[in-house]
Design a protein around this ligand. Structure first.
Ligand SMILES: *Cc1c(COP(=O)(O)O)cnc(C)c1O
Length: 424
């Protein structure tokens, strides 16, 4: 059974001062997990996790992970600005973007971050933009076809917009070297949310074999290999969580089999995990506000898809705990919904839960990654707050909720705004 990281009693204390809905994060969980990641790859002296900022761009959480040596994986102007403002620079910043605007390359270069090129045509684009190719450069690989694992998890790189073909990658290394690059990296992201210890080792084998060929045939020195993100978490209560120590050992074995004999034992590994770093250590706290009995039974709550888009967007499962009713039988079938005028605004469909009364607190699990950050403002809904449950069980608002003033702020300066809000 999935248990929330917060007790009913503590949550009542928090909601007495902070109105629902809000995302709550577990400092202790984030710290323990980050330590485990560091431990799992400690056999590789150059290892670095670049936290995928898009998964959760809250500086308080990024700072916690930074204490264990994590850097930032950025993919947009504001993510770069955030990393910079937090004091990250140079090899603490990985810039893995696609369809990249000029100003983003300019800022990434100014901060000294590592630029990871998504496409062959970006070589000329980058050179034009910066006036020169940086000495350290990385390229993103897309092997095409299908990527399969033994438990049936599969993804379709051949159908994804990212990365370069094998031929383009070899050519890119030659061209980049001729244009002055000295140290090279390769990157690939082949499957998302993999709940198996097999993914990283399988990906590592593909990238390590490729790296050996690349270094041999192009003479380019490969400094690092970036396994990117994709390590998953058990959203479903019956799934077994990934064992990061086993994953690290699996990659170690492949490293010793492929890179070491090729005299490439100096290659540093890096990762860009997002979901695995923070996903399980966040939850969306919402209050049941309405019940409705028509052809189905509905529970309406004060959060909506603007706070957590994954169920609406992908039909993703997020476990729900009705606080204080953990031991009651799940004998009621509900659709749990938000208030958007969109019928996909449902956190759960046909979910068996204990009988819910208006006023009950619901914990929607595993919202620590791709939760708040995917939020939006449809229907004029305001984005929720973010709260940190600290190791000592005290709590702190680490992002306030939006107010109507925030919502209308971008109209500021228009002639209509002055008529609508003459007093500002
Ligand atoms: C989204 C993304 C990640 C993080 O993915 P997770 O599945 O959250 O681990 C890492 N790198 C890149 C380039 C991404 O787009």
């Amino acid at each position: 059974m999935k248990k929330p990281f917060v007790t009913d009693e503590k949550l009542k204390e928090i909601t007495a001062t902070i109105p629902t809905p809000f995302h709550l994060y577990d400092e202790k969980g984030i710290r323990e997990n980050t330590k485990a990641v560091k431990q799992a790859f400690s056999w590789n002296p150059g290892f670095k996790e670049y936290f995928a900022v898009k998964a959760n761009p809250n500086p308080t959480l990024i700072k916690i992970m930074g204490e264990y040596g994590c850097g930032c994986d950025c993919s947009s102007l504001t993510e770069l600005m955030l990393a910079d403002a937090m004091g990250f620079s140079k090899d603490q910043i990985m810039f893995s973007s696609n369809v990249t605007p000029k100003e983003e390359y300019i800022l990434a270069d100014k901060l000294g971050g590592i630029i990871n090129l998504d496409d062959f045509t970006h070589i000329d684009f980058l050179e034009e933009t910066l006036g020169a190719i940086p000495e350290v450069i990385s390229c993103r690989f897309n092997p095409g076809g299908l990527f399969k694992m033994s438990n049936g998890i599969m993804d379709n790189p051949g159908d994804s917009k990212y990365g370069m073909t094998t031929e383009q990658l070899f050519e890119a290394f030659r061209v980049l070297k001729a244009k002055g690059a000295r140290e090279f990296g390769i990157h690939a992201f082949l499957a998302s949310n993999t709940v198996t210890n097999e993914y990283y080792p399988m990906l590592a084998k593909i990238l390590f074999e490729l790296a050996v060929k690349l270094q041999k045939e192009t003479g380019c020195h490969i400094k690092f290999i970036n396994l990117s993100g994709g390590v998953g978490i058990p959203y479903q209560p019956d799934e077994t969580p990934n064992d990061i120590l086993a994953i690290g050992e699996g990659v170690h074995k492949v490293y010793d089999e492929i890179l070491v004999p090729a005299k490439m034992g100096d290659v540093s590994l890096c990762t860009e995990m997002g979901r695995f770093m923070t996903g399980p250590y966040g939850c969306l706290v919402t209050k049941a506000t309405h019940e409705k009995h028509i052809y189905k039974e509905y529970i309406g709550c004060d959060a909506s898809a603007v706070d957590l888009l994954r169920p609406a967007m992908y039909g993703a499962y997020h476990h729900i705990t009705v606080m204080g009713k953990e031991d009651q039988p799940c004998d009621h079938k509900y659709d749990v919904t938000g208030a958007l005028c969109e019928n996909n605004d449902k956190f759960a469909v046909d979910r068996m839960l204990p009988k819910i009364e208006p006023g009950d607190l619901l914990v929607i699990h595993d919202t620590g990654a791709h939760g708040y950050s995917m939020g939006y403002n449809y229907n004029g809904k305001l984005k929720s707050a973010e709260v940190l449950l600290k190791e000592d069980q005290s709590f702190e608002v680490i992002r306030r909720a939006e107010t109507p003033k925030d919502y209308f702020a971008t109209l500021d300066g228009t002639s209509e705004y002055k008529k609508m809000f003459p007093n500002g």
